[in-house]
Design a protein around this ligand. Structure first.
Ligand code: PLP
Length: 458
């Protein structure tokens, strides 16, 4: 492969994240140079529609000048201060206040971190702390779900249900349990309705809790739509079925809204779309349109009361990150939320979502596409070797990566998660851009299909 000096430097210097490093050493990386609206250009000048908004995250696209200005203004005024030892600053206070005002259920307080992983890690620590202070120190185990994605710290990766992220790391840690993956298309029994499937998921969850001992379980984490699992929307009745189980056994519910928060599902929060009533809520990514690294964890008043009680007993609250609530990140997040309000981003998502879902639905007739599902501006398309008999491709066929590559060659960035293709374009995408996105996707599908049939024939 003919590589530019920057590509050579990249292969020599940088370890890419969540990347096949052997492949990277041989084939190099796509290095992105600039962005405008929903499009990005690589260093060789090729243009792409960014149908993943980077990492489900650049909600306002790649060229919002107001966010650059907000960062500049804050840097000129107070480029850094922290929130340790009783100190703080206006942007962190105002952002916390704003988040409490827009929370899907009444929340008590807000803690800031720099990433979704750290928000979930913090939530795990607080679930432990809460139970220690209220006299139930043995209530410690944490439930995630198979194919759930909650981050990469040692604890948040253990909470995630992604075997490829455990491999070689000797993870997950003990004390992390995984409930069923609620992928109706893949795991429903013949003739089972979505509601019946959801009830079965809830019954299995309760069986897991009873087998482990409810007195040993602190919290369950859920993504409203499972992102890293393949953009899997929950089946009808799922959250209605599982929440009473958790209540019955005094188990906290944490909504991981790192992807779904701020309009992605057609409401401000995924929790509103699916009637989730969390005790803690983690958000990040679209909080700052991803222009700055920042995450937030909202906690209920009841949990906050235990933190205060903990300080009465132990002295200071022994937790914090140097850059948690960084003033520049907070200022950019505040400006992001202001833009969402001014432009009524949720309303915009509702306006363009029918085009998005209709274009997606139209892909169902492609020989590679077994199923499509989405909500708002998040969707997944499941590839199948034989859709009539619902036979998946063997993993070694790498059907998903083949489609992802063919799309890339045709000016479209999507993400293959196994054989599910995920779409989460910037929230500002227009109807016209959605139509173009799916035109390119069709070409990608056709190209991959031709290659697959040709290699099978050979
Ligand atoms: N939670 C969810 C639902 C995510 O999708 C992600 C990342 O994609 C994370 C947590 C981790 O966030 P970060 O990569 O900012 O640590």
């Amino acid at each position: 492969m003919n590589r530019s000096p920057l590509h050579e430097m990249d292969a020599r210097a940088l370890v890419h994240q969540q990347t096949d490093l052997d492949d990277h050493q041989r084939n190099g990386a796509v290095l992105i140079d600039r962005g405008e609206g929903v499009r990005v250009w690589d260093v060789e000048g090729r243009e792409y529609i960014e149908a993943m908004a980077g990492l489900w995250s650049a909600s306002l696209g790649f060229s919002e000048p107001r966010l650059a200005q907000a960062a500049y203004d804050q840097m000129m005024k107070l480029p850094f201060y922290h929130t340790f030892f009783g100190k703080g600053h206006g942007p962190a206070v105002e952002l916390a206040d704003k988040l409490l005002a827009v929370a899907p259920v009444p929340m008590g307080r807000v803690l800031f971190q720099c990433s979704g992983s750290e928000a979930n890690d913090t939530a795990i620590k607080l679930a432990w702390y809460y139970n220690v202070i209220r006299g139930k120190p043995e209530k410690r185990k944490i439930i995630g779900r198979v194919r759930g994605y909650h981050g990469n710290t040692v604890a948040s990766v253990s909470l995630s249900g992604q075997p490829h992220m455990y491999a070689g790391f000797n993870l997950p840690l003990p004390g992390f349990l995984h409930a069923d993956n609620p992928n109706y298309y893949r795991f429903a029994e013949a003739g089972e309705s979505e509601e019946a499937f959801s009830k079965r998921m809830a019954a299995n969850l309760e069986a897991l809790i009873l087998a482990e001992g409810p007195e040993t379980i602190a919290a369950m984490f859920v993504e409203p739509v499972q992102g890293g699992g393949g953009a899997i929307t929950p089946p009808a009745g799922y959250f209605e079925a599982i929440q009473p189980v958790l209540k019955r056994h005094d188990i906290l519910l944490v909504a991981d809204e790192v992807i779904c928060g701020f309009g992605r599902t057609g409401n401000y929060w995924g929790s509103q779309t699916y009637g989730i009533k969390p005790d803690m809520l983690a958000c990040a990514k679209q909080l700052s349109a991803s222009y700055q690294p920042i995450s937030a964890l909202m906690i209920s008043e009841e949990i906050f009361d235990m933190l205060v009680e903990g300080s009465r007993r132990n002295g200071s609250f022994g937790h914090g990150y140097t850059y948690g609530g960084h003033p520049v990140a907070c200022a950019v997040a505040l400006e992001t939320l202001k833009i969402y309000e001014e432009r009524d981003i949720v309303d915009h998502v509702r306006e363009v979502s029918p085009t998005f879902l209709a274009e997606l639905e139209a892909c169902r007739d492609h020989p590679l596409v077994g199923d499509v599902r989405g909500v708002g501006l998040i969707a997944g398309a499941e590839l199948m070797a034989d859709k009539a008999s619902k036979t998946p491709f063997p993993p070694e066929r790498k059907a998903g990566p083949m489609v992802e590559k063919a799309c890339l060659e045709n000016g479209l960035i999507v993400r293959a998660i196994g054989d599910r293709i995920a779409f989460t374009p910037p929230l500002i995408i227009s109807d016209k851009e959605i139509v173009e996105l799916f035109r390119r996707f069709r070409i990608g599908l056709d190209t991959a299909y031709e290659r697959m049939t040709a290699s099978q024939a050979a």
